[in-house]
Design a protein around this ligand. Structure first.
Ligand SMILES: C[S@@+](CC[C@H](N)C(=O)[O-])C[C@H]1O[C@@H](n2cnc3c(N)ncnc32)[C@H](O)[C@@H]1O
Length: 188
């Protein structure tokens, strides 16, 4: 087994460290439900996951996966853009997880886009409690192109360093644009 995990694996390791039983968390891109299931286990019986996707197909897949593990009561599935998360989430969250790109196995033209992603990140940063994290796993290249990733990498450098700490991590010697990882921690 490799010591340095891929960015998705790293995102899960970090989430495991910071999410506690009873926490509220956001899965901003439910997709096929893998992260939603992972988060539903972390928050335990007393926490809550708010999971967003704009595609019915994605939410159905997510619901199925949750049901197969008897976790559906821990999750509110929301068919709306993550940029509107402020309308749905009650109270503060310890984590907001984003997997940017398109639904694997779905229509590649329905994908996350910079303008709505930026609004969603800003909404998530507002909802974070102190030392809470926004985690972005950014898929790009291929059918996703570079537009969202390039704009996003510029945007994250403008986030106020007095209030948030921002880290970007990526493999620099791998082919085929492996996803990169961005962490945004709320400092106060
Ligand atoms: C890379 S997939 C997510 C994979 C998912 N985390 C999983 O575990 O399978 C990205 C998802 O973002 C969704 N999406 C695109 N724009 C969105 C938006 N504005 N709000 C919420 N979801 C969006 C897509 O429909 C797609 O299902």
């Amino acid at each position: 087994m490799q010591l340095i995990k891929n960015c998705l694996g790293q995102s899960h390791d970090i989430a495991e460290r910071i999410v506690k039983e009873g926490d509220k968390v956001v899965d901003a891109t439910a997709g096929n439900g893998n992260d939603t299931v992972f988060l539903a286990k972390l928050i335990g019986e007393t926490g809550k996951v708010y999971a967003f996707d704009i595609q019915e197909k994605a939410l159905e897949k997510t619901k199925e996966k949750l049901k197969s593990q008897s976790l559906e009561h821990r999750v509110e599935l929301i068919k709306d853009g993550h940029e509107n998360m402020g309308k749905y989430v009650n109270g503060q969250v310890s984590l907001a997880m984003f997997n940017l790109g398109y639904l694997p196995g779905g229509n590649h033209s329905i994908c996350t886009r910079f303008q709505t992603t930026k609004k969603a990140i800003e909404a998530a940063m507002e909802l974070l409690k102190k030392n809470g994290l926004v985690i972005l796993v950014v898929y790009y290249g291929g059918d996703s192109g570079f537009e969202e990733k390039d704009a996003l990498m510029d945007y994250i450098t403008t986030i106020d360093s007095r209030n948030y700490s921002v880290l970007r991590s990526e493999f620099v010697n791998q082919p085929n644009c492996p996803p990169l990882l961005v962490l945004i921690e709320k400092l106060m």
